[in-house]
Write a protein that binds this ligand. Structure first.
Ligand code: HEC
Length: 127
């Protein structure tokens, strides 16, 4: 093998490794979790943010005449009560000492939990 061919082979091998190295790192970038950008948790309101989450996940047992655990969540008054006494956050975050809600179902998404937290932190208004 001539010296020239050797150098050329080295260059080729070198650039192959570069290419492999680069494609590997772009793969890493793809698998890195991207924070959800569609979760807006600022200035949440009862009517457009909180109520729909409760309706979808809780009304089956705490609405439409169902008052499991003495809790009714299909009226602002009922929700305000458990928002103010800490029960609402306790049950949806599955905090120790609270029955985890939804009962027998999966935990709410972090996005939904943060929406409810924001609304409570702003005074749990009837907005
Ligand atoms: C499948 C029925 C069911 C669903 C769905 C459900 N709950 Fe409950 N919930 C219950 C039952 C039963 C109890 C009483 C359990 C207990 O006290 O141990 C209860 C109790 C509660 C309590 C009172 C806890 C206490 O310690 O007094 C709160 C607050 C509550 N639920 C909120 C929610 C919220 C918020 C959701 C929706 C995210 C929800 N629940 C979904 C059945 C349900």
């Amino acid at each position: 093998m001539s010296r020239k061919t050797g150098t050329l082979l080295c260059l080729i091998a070198g650039s192959m490794m570069l290419i492999i190295g680069c494609s590997k790192s772009s793969e890493d970038r793809l698998t890195t979790p991207i924070p959800p950008s569609d979760c807006d948790t600022v200035n949440m309101t009862y009517s457009s943010d909180v109520q729909p989450i409760l309706e979808a996940n809780c009304y089956s047992c705490h609405g439409n005449g169902n008052v499991n655990g003495g809790v009714t969540l299909d009226s602002y008054t009922g929700v305000k009560l458990v928002a103010d006494n800490g029960l609402l956050i306790g049950v949806i975050t599955h905090a120790p000492g609270y029955p985890p809600m939804p009962d027998g179902g999966g935990k709410l998404s972090d996005c939904d939990i943060n929406k409810i937290k924001d609304w409570i932190n702003r005074g749990a208004s009837n907005n």
